[in-house]
Each structure stands twice: as structure tokens, then as C-alpha cells.
Design a protein around this ligand. Structure first.
Ligand SMILES: Cc1cc2nc3c(=O)[nH]c(=O)nc-3n(C[C@H](O)[C@H](O)[C@H](O)COP(=O)(O)OP(=O)(O)OC[C@H]3O[C@@H](n4cnc5c(N)ncnc54)[C@H](O)[C@@H]3O)c2cc1C
Length: 498
């Protein structure tokens, strides 16, 4: 038995939802014709905004629930419920795992034994959470051990949290998932001990100074950090639960529940040996097209060249990337003659961007964390009700390669994004903020700035002004002075919480 479609999106996550919306936009808001487009997902629900799972979904009160965070909720776009797909003629094949793919024959085989053929395939299979068992530590199946990737995982975590009120949780891993889950556990009045092998939390990204701020903030909320440590086994109870996590040095951490966030792997296995791979993902060009012309890859699974990073092939596990690459692929498929979709031409408008929200904190990062970090702002703990505002610029060859900003207003975040996109000198970053009406103290003469990094990135074509600050410390001091001066006066833009 089998079905045939013009376009098949394999995977039903963030990228799939945004790709579907883009298809509909290209149909001028109309519907697909029967047999034109289908989404196959092993999840039981229509695509949703996955970041909500570690934030709004885990709140003890007023928690986010579907359909409230189907794609494209965070983007203030239409909310794509199952009905939306029906209304637009898009076939949703849910709760159905694809178990093999034949790129030469253009077919997918589902777990139900159905063969689904396509003319064009968009691979949007995302990533999976790494399991402790893969590192020889067993117990992942325990009733009180939680991973967090899917809605099903989140439902399990909510249930376990409810049964652990006032108890102890051990969080294994100090990355995004560990940090966000620890904050959620605290909100649910569970005592948290975080264990990770690194010297500090988010060690592949945060500088020690940034990490120190967050660790102190978490510690003030009662979170205990055990750094440079690994869990090597669990003490099991007879009811299928774990009772404690045992560290390599023999320490025993009592646990009413365990949350594991030790990283993710892109779901590429279906295409091993069939498509070119790179950076742990499926290698695509600037049109998101794989080594097979009929197959595109988007989201967490796609490794693509980023002009802003010198054409370096990168893979990002971030929601903004999933959204943008999905739109890019659909535009390239449906408007093949459109110059904007050609390789290289439009690569430059991808600016790596990621964010996190924990407790009352909210940070954003743009660009790449290469070069020397230059910190600015006030890293001291905020007073009651106060909002911290600080950050770091990564400076490489005198240019701003990346900016991290905690507590930035929408305007400030846009300003730093623009500066990174335009490859600004560090002094120019200060000017960019000023050009948006955020005056800098001690500012001197200005002139038109030209973009030092070759080419003109999207959004960099309007005139703006350069500030004759010396690259490096002087500029950093000015930025620090600015942020300190501006800090508490900036209106805090409340973003729609998921
Ligand atoms: C808990 C959590 C919080 C996050 N928070 C943030 C955040 O704050 N900021 C940020 O930038 N990013 C965040 N991310 C990352 C972000 O959610 C991902 O980058 C994004 O979801 C990637 O979209 P995607 O469509 O590529 O993959 P996914 O959204 O993971 O979707 C992949 C889909 O494919 C399905 N699938 C996979 N294999 C098969 C198969 N063989 N057959 C059928 N279906 C299959 C999966 O079940 C899933 O439905 C978070 C991720 C998680 C898990």
C-alpha cells in the first residue's frame, strides 16, 4: 500500500510548521491540492513551538498548553492547529514513524508498512536527546527519570514534578536544558542539585564571568551546584524509581526525581550513506538542498554555509534557525528562479541567534562566540525586583563577532543584532546603539561607517554613523558606561511568554 505526494515534510516539529506556513503563503493563502503536501511525524500532535516545553509548559500555575503554542505562536503569526492544516489541504500523518528512506527511489517507509513517495522531500527530523545509557550509565527507563525533547517527555516531567513537591531533584547537565529545567523545578518548589562535568554552567558558551552571575543567581534560589563531577550510577528502588544518583567519587545524592540534559544528536540515521553529512548533520547548500537535488534539509538536522561566518558550514540547534531554514527551503523549492534563493546570495542574512529565559532573567545572543570576550554592564546580583543588565562582546580581529546581552530591551537587542550582522567594529556597536536614540555618554565625532567584513549584509545598507572609539578596552569601557548609565532606565519589553 502507498501514497504519493508532490512534497513531503519528514518530521513534525518547529521547522515543519514554518515550512507549511511558507507553502501556504506561496499559494497566496489558499490550500494545497490533494496529494500536494504532507507532513509525517512520529509525534501525536501538529507541529508546536518546542522551546515552550522547558519554559511555560513546566510552570506550576497558568502553564502553557496546546493549542496555545502550536507553531507559529512565538512569532505572532497564525496558530497552526490541526484544523489549519485541514483547511489548507495539508495532510498530517501523525503518530507515524518513518523507519527507512530510499533517496534513489524517492520513497519513505513508515512503521505501519506504508510506502510514501515524494517528488521533493524536506527533511525536518530535528534532534534527539542523548541518553545516559549511551555512556554506560543505566536507569533511563526509571519512572522518575526525565528527559525533555517532546511533548510526551514534558507530560512525564510535569507528572513527576507534581509527585515530588518539596522533594529533591538531581539535574544532570549544565547546558540549556539543565539550566531551564532547574529553574522550572525551583518554581515547582523542588530542591535542585545540578551535577555536570564542566568548570561552570553552559561551559561551551558562557564565559566564566557570565556563568558566575547565573550560578550565583541560581544559588540564591536554593540550587546547589556540583561541578567537575559525573553521575556514574543510580540507586534503584523496587518500584521502578531511582532513589539516588551516585557520583564517580562515591558521593550519594538522594533523588525523588532526576532530570537529564546532556546534549542532543541530529536525527540523520535514515539518510546515512545516501546524503552527504557534515558537522553531525545533513550537508546542504544555501538553498537548503542536500547532495540529492530532490531532498532539502532544515532545522536542527541541517548543516549549511553561513556567509556571516566566512562561509563556514554550521549546524544550529536553535529555534530561530529552524524557522528561517524552513522558510528558505520552501522559497528555494517554489521559486527556483528567484535570485534571493540562490546559493550564497542570501546566506548572509542568517545571523545565528539564540535565547533563553529562566526565572526573571532573559538573555539573547547573536553571532559567534569566537575571539576575545569583552564584558560590559553590571554583573552584581540584582536587588529585589531589579533587572540585571550586562553582556559581553566577542571581538575577533577588532570586529564584533558576537554579542550576549542579558536583560536587553527589544530595541537594544535589535541594535546589537544589527551591529553583529553588519560586522561592526566594537566602537561601532556603541554607535549603533546611539543611532537608535540610546545616547552614549562621552561620545565624540562620528562619520559614516562602512562595513568592514566584505559585502553588504541584509539590513546593513542604510547610512549609520561610526564612532571614533579605539577598538578594545576604551570602547568596552564606554559600552560599560553606557549600559550602566542606561541600565535601569530602559523600559523592559515583555515578550510573549510561552
Ligand atoms: C525543551 C527544549 C527547549 C528549547 N528551548 C530553546 C530556546 O529557548 N531557544 C532556542 O533557540 N532553541 C530552543 N530549543 C531548540 C529548538 O526547539 C530546536 O532547535 C527546534 O525545535 C528545531 O526544530 P526542528 O523542526 O529542526 O526539530 P524538532 O522541533 O525537534 O522536530 C523534529 C520532528 O521530527 C520528528 N521525527 C524525527 N524523526 C522522525 C521519523 N523517523 N519519523 C517521523 N518523525 C520523526 C520528531 O518527532 C519531531 O516531531 C529547545 C529545544 C528543546 C527540546
Amino acid at each position: 500500500m502507498g501514497r504519493a505526494f508532490g512534497y513531503v515534510i519528514l518530521g513534525g516539529g518547529v521547522a515543519a510548521g514554518y515550512a507549511a506556513l511558507e507553502f501556504v503563503r506561496h499559494l497566496d493563502g489558499g490550500g494545497a491540492s490533494p496529494g500536494e503536501l504532507c507532513i509525517i511525524s512520529d509525534e501525536a500532535v501538529a507541529p508546536y513551538e518546542r522551546p515552550a516545553l522547558s519554559k511555560g509548559y513546566l510552570l506550576p500555575r497558568g502553564a502553557a498548553r496546546l493549542p496555545g503554542f502550536h507553531t507559529c505562536a512565538g512569532a505572532n503569526d497564525e496558530l497552526l492547529t490541526e484544523q489549519w492544516y485541514k483547511d489548507h489541504g495539508i495532510e498530517l500523518v501523525l503518530g507515524t514513524r518513518v523507519v527507512s528512506a530510499d533517496v534513489r527511489r524517492k520513497t519513505l517507509l513508515t512503521i505501519t508498512g506504508e510506502t510514501i513517495s515524494y517528488k521533493t522531500l524536506i527533511v525536518a527530523t530535528g534532534a534527539r536527546a542523548l541518553k545516559l545509557d549511551e555512556f554506560g550509565v543505566h536507569g533511563s527507563g526509571a519512572a522518575n527519570m526525565c528527559y525533555l525533547r517532546s511533548l510526551e517527555d514534558a507530560d512525564k516531567m510535569v507528572g513527576v514534578m507534581r509527585s515530588c513537591h518539596g522533594g529533591n531533584a538531581v539535574v544532570i547537565g549544565g547546558g540549556y536544558i539543565g539550566m531551564e529545567c532547574a529553574a522550572a523545578l525551583v518554581a515547582n518548589e523542588i530542591k535542585v542539585t545540578m551535577v555536570f562535568p564542566g568548570k561552570h554552567c553552559m561551559d561551551r558558551f558562557f564565559t566564566p564571568k557570565i556563568a558566575e552571575f547565573y550560578e550565583n543567581y541560581y544559588a540564591a534560589k536554593g540550587v546547589t551546584f556540583i561541578k567537575g563531577a559525573r553521575v556514574t550510577s543510580f540507586e534503584a528502588l523496587s518500584d521502578g524509581k531511582v532513589a539516588a544518583a551516585i557520583l564517580r567519587d562515591g558521593r550519594r545524592l538522594p533523588a525523588d526525581m532526576v532530570v537529564v540534559g546532556i546534549g542532543a544528536r541530529a536525527n540523520t540515521a535514515l539518510f546515512d550513506g545516501q546524503l552527504a553529512m557534515e558537522k553531525g548533520g545533513i550537508r546542504v547548500n544555501g538553498r537548503m538542498q542536500t547532495s540529492d537535488a530532490a531532498v532539502y534539509a532544515v532545522g536542527d538536522v541541517a548543516a549549511f554555509p553561513v556567509a556571516l561566518l566566512g562561509g563556514d558550514v554550521r549546524r544550529f540547534e536553535h529555534v530561530d534557525c529552524a524557522r528561517r531554514t524552513a522558510r528558505r527551503a520552501v522559497a528555494a523549492i517554489l521559486e527556483p528562479a528567484d535570485g534571493a534563493a540562490e546559493v550564497g546570495k542570501n546566506d548572509s542574512d542568517y545571523l545565528p541567534f539564540f535565547y533563553s529565559r529562566v526565572f526573571a532573567l532573559s538573555w539573547q545572543f547573536y553571532g559567534d562566540n569566537v575571539g576575545e570576550p569583552v564584558h560590559f554592564g553590571d554583573f552584581s546580583p540584582p536587588g529585589a525586583g531589579g533587572r540585571p543588565k550586562f553582556g559581553a562582546c566577542w571581538v575577533s580581529d577588532g570586529l564584533v563577532a558576537g554579542v550576549f546581552l542579558e536583560g536587553g530591551s527589544q530595541e537594544e537587542n535589535e541594535a546589537v543584532a544589527s551591529a553583529v550582522r553588519c560586522g561592526a567594529r566594537i566602537g561601532d556597536l556603541a554607535a549603533e546603539l546611539e543611532s537608535r536614540g540610546l545616547a552614549l555618554p562621552g561620545q565624540e565625532s562620528r562619520r559614516k561607517w562602512t562595513r568592514p567584513r566584505g559585502g553588504l549584509a541584509a539590513g546593513c545598507d542604510r547610512p549609520t554613523y561610526a564612532w571614533h572609539a579605539t577598538v578594545g578596552v576604551a570602547a568596552a569601557v564606554s559600552i560599560a558606561a553606557f549600559v550602566y548609565w542606561y541600565g535601569w532606565q530602559a523600559p523592559y519589553v515583555v515578550k510573549r511568554e510561552l
